[in-house]
Design a protein around this ligand. Structure first.
Ligand code: HEM
Length: 430
C-alpha cells in the first residue's frame, strides 16, 4: 500500500474533512484523492479495505466475486438473519429465485395504478401552502407501495404505530459505534425490533389461515414451503431494502430539483406536454426522457446504497501489487466510483443531460444498483416507482425548497438527505 495512506498530512486532511462534513464521506473522498482506488481505513480496530472504480467493481461483483462473501457478524446479518441480502451460495440463489418473479420488469405495469393510488392517498393529507419534509412524505409513499406490492398488505392504519419502530430498525443497521465495539450495549432497540417482527409474523399467519389468495411475493414464499422464520427474514429484507432506498432516491431527487428550480420547471413542463390530462403510465410512451435523466443523475450523485460490504474469503490480488487478505472486511464504494473525476466530467455537479440518449458511460462506472448476479433485485421496480411517483407529484403540486443550504448526506442504512428536505407545497391549478 502506498505510504501516502499513512503520512501525517493525509491524516490531518482526513480529520479536517471529517470535522467539516461531519460524515465519513469527506474522509473517504480525501483518501481517494490522495491515495487512489485502493486503500485501507487507518482506524484503530477497524481497517477495512476500500476499493472503487470500474476495475474494482468488475472484480468484486463479477470476475472474482467468489472470493468475497456477504456480511458476517454485524447488525445487518443479525437483523436479517438469513434474508436473501445476507446469505451466500445455494441458499442465496434459492431465495433470489423465489422472489424474482414478483419483481420481473415485464410485470411492473401491473403495479402502476397501485403506485399512483398510494401517492394520491398521501397527497390527500397535504394542504395548499403547507411546509413538508419530503424525506418523511417519500418514506410514507414508499412504505405503502412496498407492503402492498409484495405482501398485499395495506399498512396505512398501522403506519403511525409502526413508524418509530421501522425507523429504529433502520437505525439499528446504520453505521455507528458498534463498528469499533461490536457488542456495545444498544438499549431501546429490542421493543421496536419485536414490534416489526410481530407485525410480519401476523401477516404470515393471517395469510396461511386465509389459504392462498394472492399471487404476490409472500404467496411465492409460502408456496415454496419455507418455514415461518425464513419467510420473516425475506419479508424484513424486502421491507427495508425495498423502501429505505426508494425513500432516499425520491427525497434526494426533490432536494436536487429544489436546488435547481429551472430544471424542476423544465421537467414539469415536459411532463405536462407528455401527459396532458392523463395519468402517468396511462399511455405507453408517457415519459419525457428528462424524467429518467434526472432520476439517473440523482442516483449518481447520491446513491442510496453508497457502499457494498463484503468479507474477503480468499486472498485477492488488486491493482499494482496490492493484496486484500482473507478474513478482512472490504467495501466497494459506489459513491466514489460515481464521483471519480477521472470518469465524470464536472463530477460533483448536477447535470442530468449527461444521461441523455446516445451518450455513453464507461462500463461499471455507473453502479447505483450494484452489478453481476447479486445486482439489486428491485432495480426495475425502484426506478419505475420513482418515475411514477415523481411524475404524479409534479403533475399536482409545485415544490419550493426552504432549507437547500443545510442539506447534507448522512450515512445511515442508506445515504439520506439530512436534516430533511423541507419544501413548501402549492397545489397546481387544474
Ligand atoms: C430504488 C432504489 C434502489 C437502489 C439504489 C438499490 C441499490 C441496491 C444495491 C447497490 C444493491 C447491491 C448491494 C451490494 O452489492 O452489496 C442492492 C441489492 C438488493 N436490493 Fe436494492 N436498491 C433499490 C431498490 C430496491 C427495491 C425496490 C428492492 C425490493 C423490492 C430492493 C431489494 C434488494 C435486495 C433484496 C438486494 C440483494 C440482492 C442479492 O443479494 O441477490 N432494492 N440494491
Amino acid at each position: 500500500m502506498t505510504s501516502k495512506a499513512n503520512d501525517p498530512e493525509t491524516g490531518r486532511a482526513v480529520l479536517k474533512a471529517w470535522l467539516k462534513e461531519k460524515s465519513p464521506l469527506g474522509p473517504l473522498r480525501v483518501m481517494a484523492e490522495r491515495v487512489g482506488r485502493f486503500f485501507q481505513v487507518p482506524l484503530p480496530g477497524f481497517k477495512p479495505y476500500i476499493v472503487y472504480g470500474p476495475e474494482a467493481a468488475r472484480k468484486v461483483l463479477v470476475s472474482d466475486r467468489e472470493k468475497f462473501l456477504w456480511r458476517n457478524n454485524d447488525p445487518v446479518t443479525e437483523l436479517l438473519n438469513r434474508g436473501v441480502l445476507v446469505t451466500d451460495g445455494a441458499e442465496h440463489d434459492q431465495f433470489r429465485h423465489l422472489m424474482e418473479p414478483s419483481l420481473h420488469p415485464g410485470l411492473l405495469h401491473a403495479y402502476t395504478q397501485m403506485m399512483l393510488g398510494q401517492t394520491d392517498r398521501v397527497t390527500a393529507t397535504w394542504q395548499d401552502g403547507q411546509t413538508l419534509d419530503m424525506l418523511v412524505e417519500s418514506r410514507k409513499i414508499a412504505l405503502l407501495i412496498i407492503m402492498q406490492a409484495l405482501f398485499s398488505v395495506d399498512i396505512w392504519d398501522d403506519l403511525p404505530r409502526l413508524w418509530p419502530s421501522i425507523l429504529k430498525v433502520i437505525d439499528y443497521i446504520s453505521p455507528g459505534a458498534w463498528i469499533l465495539w461490536r457488542r456495545i450495549p444498544r438499549p431501546g432497540y429490542g421493543r421496536h425490533l419485536r414490534a416489526v417482527d410481530e407485525y410480519l409474523y401476523k401477516i404470515i399467519r393471517e395469510r396461511k389461515q386465509a389459504g392462498r389468495t394472492q399471487n404476490d411475493l409472500l404467496g411465492h414464499l409460502l408456496d415454496a414451503g419455507l418455514e415461518e422464520d425464513r419467510i420473516r427474514d425475506q419479508m424484513l429484507t424486502m421491507l427495508i431494502a425495498g423502501h429505505d432506498t426508494s425513500t432516499a432516491l425520491l427525497a434526494w431527487t426533490f432536494a436536487l430539483l429544489g436546488q435547481h428550480p429551472h430544471q424542476m420547471q423544465e421537467l414539469s413542463s415536459q411532463l405536462d406536454s407528455a401527459l396532458g390530462e392523463s395519468a402517468p403510465g396511462a399511455k405507453p410512451a408517457w415519459q419525457p426522457p428528462f424524467l429518467d435523466e434526472i432520476i439517473k443523475e440523482s442516483l449518481r450523485l447520491y446513491p442510496p446504497i453508497h457502499i457494498g460490504n463484503r468479507m474477503v474469503a480468499e486472498d485477492c490480488a488488486f491493482g499494482e501489487g496490492e493484496t486484500m487478505r482473507a478474513g478482512s472486511r472490504m467495501f466497494y464504494s459506489i459513491y466514489l466510483t460515481q464521483r471519480d473525476p477521472a470518469i465524470w466530467e464536472d463530477a460533483n455537479s448536477f447535470k442530468p443531460e449527461r444521461f441523455a440518449k446516445g451518450r455513453k458511460t464507461p462500463p461499471m462506472s455507473y453502479i447505483p444498483f450494484g452489478g453481476g448476479p447479486r445486482a439489486c433485485i428491485g432495480a426495475a421496480f425502484g426506478q419505475a416507482e420513482a418515475r411514477l411517483v415523481l411524475a404524479r407529484l409534479l403533475q399536482g403540486w409545485e415544490f419550493s425548497l426552504l432549507n437547500g443550504d443545510k442539506i447534507h448526506p448522512h450515512m445511515g442504512a442508506t445515504l439520506e438527505p439530512r436534516p430533511g428536505v423541507m419544501m413548501k407545497v402549492t397545489r397546481r391549478k387544474p
